[in-house]
Design a protein around this ligand. Structure first.
Ligand code: AP5
Length: 210
């Protein structure tokens, strides 16, 4: 089974992908994480993408395909992939189909995390991650344990109010239309992502078993 976890910035895509890794032994492919890994290197690519990410705009499709194809072609994770943050526009969705087909795979379902936009700014502004255990927490909703607080918790450079507004604007304009695209293919499973983190996890497990 290959699935997309879909939703606006801060909906909980990364959080729930981590549970799917644990619950169903799937592999998360997060284009956001892949890009942030590139930023740690002093590469030509990192120079190209830093300003784009920090402005909240989308990185070029070509850069994304290069990062993604490498994963899709990996036989060890065949039919066990969770796409997090990809695709983000119709062009990317069509290309995902082509790449999956090329490697004899297909997309099973799209998990649509439904949230009110009113909670997103708080979720994003409260997000922190631990450099040691690598887990993501939330100062308001899922506080880090004391042992993680002893490390210097990390905040993402695109998690400020101005950038988040832009990210939401781009999501509405370019990414949201994908939902209709996948509804027409009968692939969308709606998830109430306003519930507490563990409740959302249970709902996802339930719908995927169904
Ligand atoms: P990316 O990293 O993909 O960011 P995003 O899509 O904006 O999503 P987030 O990571 O902000 O949110 P999330 O839904 O994963 O929420 P999380 O689980 O962390 O992309 C970053 C940038 O990279 C883009 O802006 C773009 O520039 C570029 N990019 C990436 N992919 C691209 C592509 N395909 N094409 C072009 N450009 C691309 O949760 C958020 C917080 O809320 C956490 O603190 C968490 O603890 C908390 N939380 C989660 N669930 C709940 C809950 N149910 N209740 C309360 N709190 C919760």
């Amino acid at each position: 089974m290959n699935i997309i976890i879909f939703g606006p910035p801060g909906a909980g895509k990364g959080t729930q992908s981590n549970f799917l890794k644990e619950d169903l032994k799937m592999t998360q492919i997060s284009t956001g994480d892949l890009l942030r890994n590139e930023l740690k290197k002093e590469s030509e690519l990192s120079k190209q993408i830093r300003n784009i990410i920090e402005s909240g705009k989308l990185v070029s499709d070509k850069i994304i395909y290069d990062l993604i194809e490498d994963k899709i072609s990996n036989k060890n994770i065949e039919n066990m992939m969770i796409f997090d943050g990809f695709p983000r526009n119709i062009e990317q969705a069509k290309n995902l189909e082509i790449m999956l087909k090329k490697h004899n795979q297909h997309l099973s379902k799209v998990l649509n995390l439904k949230v009110d936009y009113s909670v997103l700014i708080k979720r994003i502004s409260g997000r922190v991650s631990c450099p040691v255990c690598k887990n993501t927490f939330n100062e308001y909703f899922d506080p880090p344990p004391q042992k993680c607080r002893e490390n210097k918790l990390i905040k993402r450079s695109d998690d400020n109010e101005g950038t988040v507004k832009k990210r939401l604007e781009i999501y509405d304009k370019e990414t949201l239309p994908l939902l209709e695209y996948y509804k027409n293919q009968n692939k969308v499973l709606n998830i109430d992502a306003m519930k507490q983190i563990d409740e959302v996890r249970k709902e996802i497990r339930g719908v995927l078993k169904g």
